[in-house]
Design a protein around this ligand. Structure first.
Ligand SMILES: [Zn+2]
Length: 87
């Protein structure tokens, strides 16, 4: 049964090569977008959701409004005013 062993060996090599390319694809796919965004430092900025229009805004750039001990962030003065009038 020497032929059977060769077939098994070939299948094992094929599986290992498939797994290797599969994991290699995952790792290269996971590291590439990180390299692209690391220069901008955008992911360290906390995002807040405007409760009026639903837009996500950077907390450092957004307009703030405090109500009931909570801080709300808004994309524009118009949204902030709408929120203050409704609450
Ligand atoms: Zn808004």
């Amino acid at each position: 049964m020497l032929g059977g062993w060769i077939v098994r060996l070939l299948i094992a090599v094929l599986i290992i090569r498939l797994l290797w390319s599969f994991f290699h694809g995952i790792f290269s796919g996971a590291t590439e977008p990180r390299r692209k965004t690391s220069g901008k430092a955008d992911r360290s900025l906390p995002l807040a959701r405007d409760p009026v229009c639903g837009t996500f805004v950077q907390q450092s750039r957004a307009l703030e409004a405090r109500s009931g001990g909570q801080v709300h962030y808004f994309c524009s003065e118009k949204c902030r005013r709408t929120f203050m009038e409704s609450s």
